[in-house]
Design a binder for this molecule. Structure first.
Ligand SMILES: [Zn+2]
Length: 218
């Protein structure tokens, strides 16, 4: 659905290589939409997604929308020229932060799939507003389902957090499945966790192995 905003200008030749996600942080979706389209507010985003999954398009993707503000990532300041910005309707920390409804996230995933097909945006550059402006911003916040998005091919989620990874996964890395497990764990520790050799699997071993598996692509 179109809901054009006058708040945009040229990207100045910059290629889009970043996606920045926000929440609106206002009492209602209508209030947020009014603000994003108010010339006096001088803010905008490319899209807003309402609670029910309705997507509103404000600014064409080839234009610079004004959402990230003073921002920094990977050595570059003021990222709007190279970013696409998406707002999710949510009252935010100031007005009653709450979980993002499934319909809203489903619409976000579909929208992101389209955006990622149109622009070369590395997974590591799908970011929160708070990632690129940590001193000023909290959005979209800790209730945002980054892991769900990563499973849908959008952004990254650290494999190292996978504490369910058991010692049997050592064989995926290359260790002999027929060797005694405590010996394999000790060999793994001797190489990758030399500070504690006990032959026992723990969260740190799982995190280290997960990191190795994601690096090895196995
Ligand atoms: Zn924001």
């Amino acid at each position: 659905m179109d809901c054009p905003s006058p708040n945009h200008d040229s990207r100045g030749g910059a290629a889009v290589d970043m996606l920045v996600l926000h929440y609106t942080g206002m009492t209602s979706g209508a209030a947020a939409m009014d603000r994003l389209c108010d010339p006096a507010a001088k803010v905008s985003a490319h899209y807003t997604i309402d609670d029910d999954g309705t997507v509103y398009a404000h600014v064409a993707e080839d234009r610079r929308a004004w959402h990230a503000g003073i921002s920094h990532w990977a050595g570059v300041d003021n990222l709007n020229a190279r970013a696409i910005g998406i707002e999710l309707v949510n009252p935010g920390h100031e007005y009653g932060y709450r979980a993002f409804p499934d319909a809203q996230i489903a619409a976000l995933i579909e929208l992101c799939h389209g955006i990622l097909s149109r622009h070369a945006i590395p997974a590591s550059r799908v970011l929160a507003h708070s990632d690129v402006a940590p001193a000023r911003k909290d959005d979209p916040g800790e209730l945002f389902p980054w892991e769900t998005l990563a499973k849908a091919g959008i952004g990254v989620w650290p494999q190292g957090m996978n504490r369910e990874l058991g010692p049997e996964a050592l064989t995926r890395y290359g260790y002999d499945p027929n060797a005694p497990q405590d010996k394999v764990i000790t060999a793994f520790q001797r190489h990758f966790r030399p500070a504690k050799l006990n032959g026992e699997w723990d969260d740190e071993c799982a995190a280290l192995l997960a990191g190795l598996l994601s690096k090895a692509g196995v």
